[in-house]
Design a binder for this molecule. Structure first.
Ligand code: PLP
Length: 391
């Protein structure tokens, strides 16, 4: 399958060899329960400590501020439900959450769930470039807000939000600030101190680590309620025997990503810019979406007069993996809430395609991709009722 081209790194990434090497001993040799008092337990407890230090270092936090979870989704759930439940337990008067209308479902669905339980949630709009305007947050703030949750980088259009400024606004009104940084970690600087956030979600498989593990940064001194209760692992915040191999792999992936970040930015954004230029030159009636402030590996286009899902299928037949946006929304067969919030028309949403790159992609792959894309778009437009418009 070497002639296949993978341009869906925003959905998941290959696990790095060094990461696999780091994980392997914890399956067959060092299988002790990290809570056990014997040598086997000490070995795996040490592995978790090391991983916690590596993850913490990558985001400029201290190790005790890192709670391992089963992934980005659980980290988001823990941040939002955990903060809301803690406020309820303390009988706080702050019963409102503010989030944006372009969040990942892992943030939006917990918010909707809490709405059903009687909390109120404000969904901020975004401008056409996918950015939350700080003035909108300012006017939505008041002293009934417990938590503001706004993502650092969007998974569909790659837009980077002005999180530092937004967190400042939340804090001024006495609210906490959480950011979903799953798409940003390893690609742009994500120092929790610089960003000034109270909680931050991460996921391993978006940065060349294994699937099924992630972490929530919780600022030291901040109390939230657990959402999984049991044996009290992870400082009582996330019970359950730790997934040692995955956690060890995630730690290694963070170390690798931190060490190669400037190389990643240079290499991947140069390739991405080359792709954008080539699409603009070779495919008429196409448009780049999103903002200038975007993560290095994201390019999101609308090809007018075609259907994005047909495009994906055709590209896949040619061995090229692409996406309309989020893997989850494809399964649910609903059109992108992100693009809707950005004010896109039905036609603009329908013709959208995300190409997300990784370190493994080459210039030759981009050349081949744009060649195939160009002919596939032409072919689909021939079949389209808008044929004359885009001939
Ligand atoms: C992938 C993703 C998630 C979910 O992470 P999982 O580890 O797959 O559960 C959450 N938020 C964003 C922005 C993502 O891209």
């Amino acid at each position: 399958m070497n002639d296949h081209i993978y341009l869906d790194s925003a959905a998941s990434t290959p696990v790095a060899d060094e990461v696999i090497d780091e994980m392997l001993p914890y399956f067959k040799q060092q299988y002790g329960n990290p809570s056990s008092m014997h040598k086997f337990g000490r070995e795996t407890a040490r592995a978790i400590q090391l991983a916690r230090r590596r993850v913490a270092k990558m985001i400029d936090a201290s190790p005790r501020e890192i709670t391992f979870t089963s992934g980005g989704t659980e980290a988001d759930n823990l941040a939002i439900k955990g903060a809301a439940m803690h406020a309820r337990i303390k009988a706080s008067e702050r019963t409102r959450i503010i989030t944006s209308s372009i969040e990942h479902d892992a943030v939006l669905e917990p918010c909707r769930y809490l709405e059903n339980l009687g909390l109120s949630v404000t969904y901020l709009p975004v401008a056409g470039d996918g950015l939350v305007r700080s003035s909108d947050l300012k006017s939505a703030m008041s002293n009934d807000v417990s938590l503001v949750s706004i993502m650092l980088a969007n998974n569909e259009v790659g837009t980077i939000q002005p999180v530092k400024e937004l967190a400042g606004i939340a804090h001024q009104a006495g609210a906490l600030f959480h950011t979903d940084a799953v798409q940003a970690v390893g690609k742009i600087p994500t120092s929790v101190k610089r960003l000034g956030v109270d909680m931050m979600s991460m996921s391993s498989h978006k940065l060349n680590g294994p699937k099924g593990v992630g972490a929530l940064y919780v600022r030291s001194g901040l109390e939230i309620a657990p959402i999984i209760h049991g044996g009290g692992q992870e400082s009582e915040l996330r019970s359950g025997t730790e997934n040692v191999p995955n956690i060890a792999g995630f730690g290694k992936a963070c170390e690798l990503a931190a060490n190669r970040m400037s190389q990643y930015q240079e290499q991947v954004s140069a390739l991405r810019d080359y792709l954008i230029e080539k699409v603009a030159k070779e495919i008429p009636h196409s448009r780049l979406n999103g903002s200038q402030d975007r993560i290095p590996n994201n390019a999101h286009f609308t090809f007018f007069g075609v259907n994005g899902e047909d495009l994906i299928i055709k590209m896949d037949e040619h061995g090229i993996a692409t996406s309309t946006g989020s893997a989850c929304s494809v399964k649910k067969q609903k059109s992108s809430h992100v693009l809707k919030a950005m004010g896109f028309s039905y036609e603009e949403i329908s013709g959208s395609l995300r190409l997300s790159l990784g370190m493994q992609n080459t210039k030759d792959e981009i050349d081949r991709t744009v060649g195939v894309l160009s002919s596939v778009v032409k072919e689909l437009r021939e079949l389209s009722p808008f044929k004359r418009k885009y001939a």
